[in-house]
Every structure is written in C-alpha cells, then in structure tokens.
Design a protein around this ligand. Structure first.
Ligand code: FAD
Ligand code: DLZ
Length: 507
C-alpha cells in the first residue's frame, strides 16, 4: 500500500499539504525534472537551474528527515519528458495504490494532474495549495458580482484578517497606504547596498553544467547565477533585505537608475514562489523591523502591501478568471513580439537596460517590467499572448498564476480592465521623471517628432488615437484624451506619421 506523492518544482515547502497528509512510512515522494516543463516556453537558463538546484536540495533535505524520495533527473535515460509519463512510471515502480498531490500553480498543470490517476488507474487526491494567505474560494466569494476588483479594497480585508500592521481594527499610523511618501527620485551619487549572492555548491554546479549543455540556446546567461536554493539560504537573503534595503524600500520603489539592477528591491520573489519562504513570515519579518524602529512605516507598509495585497490578489484573480484568461486580447493586438525582447539591439536606453538586466539576471524590477517593457509592448500593439509567453520564460520568479495577471491584466490591459482601471501607458516624460536613462539615450525625450525624438512620445499618442473608440470613455483617461484633442490636426498627423515610421522599421 504505497502512496505516491508527486511534488512539483514550486512546492518546495516542508509544511506542504501533501506531506502533512501522509507519513514517511507509507509514502514515496516523487520529484521529476522533465523536459516539457523546461521547454513549454523557452525558460531562461538561470530559471531552469534555479528550479533544478532547489529541487535537488529539497529532495536531500527530505531524505535527511526520513522520507523516501524517488528523484528523476533530466538526464535519466528512461525519463519520458513529462509529468504524466513520470508519474505512470513511478506508480508502476513502487506498486502504488494512491496518488496524493498538491494542485499545481497553472491551469495547464492542474489539467495534467487530473489525468494522472486515469493513466495509472489509481485513486487520486489533489489537495489545495494552502501556502497562501487568501484561499481561492475566499477570493472568489469577494470577487463575485464585482464590476471592478479594486486591489486596495482586498488589501484592507487581508490586513484585518492577518492583523499585520493593525492597531485593533485600525491601521497602524492611522492610514492604510503610505504611497504618497514613496516614489521619490534617487539623488545623484546615492549608493545602494547590493544584495547577498549565494555561491553555487557542488549540487548547483552539477545543475549548471546540465543546463548549459541542454539549454544553452535559450535566451539569457547562466554566468551570474547566485540565487538562494535552500530554505536556509532564502532566510539569509530575507535577513539581508530587512537589514539593508527594507528601510529605503518605499522611497525608491518606482525609480530606475542606469547600471543599478536591484536598488532597494528584495529579490525574494523566486524563493517565495518556489516555496522556500512563506508570505506570512516575510511580512512578519518586515513588521518586526518597523516595531523595532529599524524601518519606517512608509517602507514597511509599502513592502507588506506587495505581498499581502498584490501577490494574494493576483493569485485569486488568476484562478477566478479561468483557464482562458491568457487568451484575452481586449485591444485586438496582433504584432509579433519585437526582436529587441530577445536581445536585438535598440537605441532606447530604457529598453536596452531592462532587457540586458533580464538576460544577465533572469530578473528585472517591477517598474522595468510594467512601465518599460510592458508599456513598450502594449504601445506598439504586441499580441498579448506573445508578451505573456516571454515573461513566463525569462523571469526566475515566473509561474503562471502570478505572471499572467500581471502581464495580461496589469501591463497589457488585455483583460479589458478586470484588473487595472486603465492601461498603464506612458510616453518619454514618465521614463524621464522616474529614471536617469534619458540622459544616456541617443533620443531627445523632449521632442515628439523628428529624427531625434524619443519614439515613446509618438507611440504613446498614437496608441491613444488608435484606441480612441474603446478607451476615450474611460474616466481615468479623460485628461490624456483632452491633451490629444488639443493638438492641431497637422501636429496629430505628424505624430501619427512618426509612430507609423517607427512601427514599420520595427517590423
Ligand atoms: P520587491 O519589489 O522586493 O517586492 C516584494 C514582493 O512583493 C515580491 O517578491 C513579490 O512577491 C511581491 N510582489 C510585488 N509586486 C507584485 C505583483 N504585482 N504581483 C505579485 N506579487 C508582487 N512577480 C512574480 O513573482 N512573478 C512573475 O512572473 C511576475 N511577473 C510580472 C510581470 C509584469 C508585467 C509585472 C508588471 C510584474 C510582475 N511581477 C511578477 C510582479 C513584480 O514585478 C515582481 O514580483 C518583482 O519584481 C519581484 O522582485 P522582488 O522580489 O525584488 O520584488
Ligand atoms: C519551471 C519548472 C521547470 C523549469 N522545470 C520543472 C521540472 O522539471 N519539474 C517540476 O516539477 N517543475 C518544474 N518547473 C515548475 C513547473 O513548470 C510548474 O510551473 C509549476 O509546477 C507550477 O505548476
């Protein structure tokens, strides 16, 4: 009577529901490195290496705790290349009678899980993933019947529910949100403390060699691999963030600085999404830093809101919206993803900085993802499905439940406003206000037309003009459309011709 417990690459938590449901004496834990998961989108080599290394370390820890772990490596000669094939092989190997597993983080994977038992003719239990602070059913009950799902409303419920930064029933400090104190520009010469880097051990070095051999043709470099791959390392990374970067987190949250990949960001999303850290322990560590007088309220509230608010919200929305969410295309955009996303040269400094960081680190910070890369993809009319596949491939923290709402909803407005109240569209002035990139760029951010004009300016107005019928009734875009209508017809024509020429060259 062996119970097979398939455990996926983002389920690396010792308190996982499936591990709680069985005992080491009755179960075999199955972990599988499979080609399909590494290639269904061409993942960045660092992302594949992170998953494989963290999985191998986790298997070692489970064995040390007395679990029997059947670990199938990618180069196993009999590896079938997908989850279903490996579960069937393992079920036969261990003469299993039952499968107990935790629901995957993607509709595609959950559908595969539902088919496992049929193929192996076993009883199947798929447990809810309870490593989140808001159960899927709770989010659905909140979201049902709402025309707009405002994150801030959801966040306040979560603050009350968890008691984080609460003083009885009221928010600590008297306000729920301190964003008006955040989003400053970075003073010239400001120095950021770089994050800790974790040197690859023997397990990781093996994985790096495997990934280099098998996936060297994928976009991105393995050279700078320094991710935490165990819970112990992830806890060290958390401590490093709380000590050095949390105090300034709010101030420069939306800033971009040429040559600065991290600023005050935590870099914790990969460890968190793999399950090495829990959302509650991260929020509690930040809250403790506030109560100890180590970090100010604007920083701590802003940081906790990202995890307790945004992360839980996008997860709820992903499962609420259903499996067709990634096919949505409200703006009917059809352009293939521009080659610059895969590293083709571009003269736009903001874009080259963001793509270069993505290639070197499998990481870019939020505002680069939203307001540089996502904004550009949307302005030029890229098919959102192609944008989605790119984001899912290139970021170390990308798992569909968190990636898709951010891309399809927040950055591309492809869900028609289910998530964002207006498209996050911006011209050069925004980039100039939030970064120093324009100073290092060959284009002139102040010009709308002409050979030296920043292309984002014409693209921005052209985007608004192209979608006037669909977007101009949006209250939050009234000011922008008013601006567009104030241009003389000749200027409007010049702007649209400038955008058309750029788009022709891009193609
Ligand atoms: P920090 O800036 O330090 O923020 C702290 C934590 O808050 C993050 O680790 C993350 O867990 C959480 N967080 C912050 N913003 C969000 C958000 N919008 N949604 C969910 N969680 C959030 N995040 C992912 O984890 N995986 C993705 O695949 C992903 N894709 C994105 C795609 C786009 C187009 C955009 C705009 C955002 C995306 N995000 C994604 C959200 C956010 O950009 C990343 O979580 C963040 O950049 C990770 O770096 P960090 O850990 O240093 O974050
Ligand atoms: C992202 C990823 C990769 C690259 N490889 C594996 C793998 O070989 N084995 C595995 O169990 N999981 C992997 N993952 C994560 C999965 O693709 C999937 O995204 C998550 O399990 C979410 O459901």
């Amino acid at each position: 009577m062996t119970i097979l417990v398939p455990l996926l690459g983002d389920q690396l938590s010792h308190n996982l529901a499936s591990l709680r449901a069985v005992t080491p004496a009755s179960a075999v834990v199955l972990m599988m490195e499979v080609a399909e998961e590494a290639t269904y989108v061409p993942h960045h080599p660092q992302k594949i290496a992170l998953f494989f290394s963290a999985m191998r370390h986790f298997a070692k820890e489970l064995r040390e705790q007395g679990w029997t772990v059947d670990y199938v490596t990618l180069d196993d000669a009999h590896n079938t290349g997908d989850f279903a094939g490996e579960v069937a092989r393992a079920a036969a190997r261990h003469n299993a009678t039952r499968i107990v597993t935790v629901a995957g983080g993607e509709w595609r994977v959950v559908e595969s899980q539902r088919a496992w038992a049929e193929r192996a003719r076993l009883l199947l239990t798929i447990l809810d993933d309870d490593r989140f602070l808001c159960p899927i059913e709770q989010f659905a009950a909140w979201a049902k019947g709402r025309k707009r799902m405002i994150m801030e409303d959801f966040y306040r419920i979560m603050r009350r529910q968890t008691g984080l930064l609460m003083d009885g029933d009221q928010p600590v400090g008297g306000q729920w949100n301190y964003d008006q104190e955040n989003r400053k520009s970075v003073p010239k010469g400001h120095r950021f403390t770089p994050p800790l880097r974790f040197a690859p051990d023997a397990i990781t070095l093996d994985v790096l060699a495997l990934v280099q051999a098998r996936f060297h043709n994928h976009f991105g470099s393995l050279d700078s691999f320094a991710w935490p791959v165990t819970r112990a390392e992830a806890l060290t990374a958390l401590k490093d963030f709380i000590t050095h970067r949390l105090p300034g987190f709010g101030d420069y949250q939306d800033a971009m600085v040429t040559g600065e990949d991290v600023l005050n960001h935590s870099l914790l999303a990969p460890a968190l999404n793999l399950g090495l850290l829990s959302p509650l322990e991260i929020c509690q560590a930040a809250e403790a830093a506030f109560h100890a007088g180590h970090a100010p309220l604007n920083a701590v509230e802003g940081f906790i809101r990202q995890i307790l608010g945004w992360r839980e919200y996008v997860r709820g929305l992903y499962w609420f919206a259903g499996p067709d969410y990634t096919a949505r295309n409200h703006l009917a955009a059809t352009r293939p993803l521009p080659a610059l996303f895969w590293g083709a040269p571009t003269d736009l400094k903001c874009l080259s900085e963001a793509v270069d960081a993505t290639s070197r680190n499998a990481m870019a910070h939020h505002i680069q993802r939203l307001m540089i890369l996502g904004n550009f993809a949307m302005l030029v009319g890229t098919d959102p499905r192609e944008v989605h596949r790119w984001y899912l491939a290139v970021y170390a923290d990308a798992i569909e439940w968190v990636e898709a709402p951010n891309v399809i909803g927040m950055s591309q407005f492809a869900d028609g406003g289910l998530m964002a109240t207006k498209p996050y569209a911006a011209g050069g002035a925004y980039v100039n206000g939030m970064s120093d990139h324009c100073k290092h760029c060959r284009y002139d951010v102040k010009q709308r037309t002409g050979p030296n004009a920043c292309p984002l300016n014409a693209l921005y107005w052209d985007f608004l003009a192209r979608h006037e019928a669909l977007l101009s009734s949006n209250q939050r875009l009234w000011r922008m459309y008013d601006g567009w209508r104030r241009f003389a017809p000749e200027e409007q024509a010049r702007i649209r011709a400038q955008a058309a020429a750029f788009l022709t060259n891009l193609a």
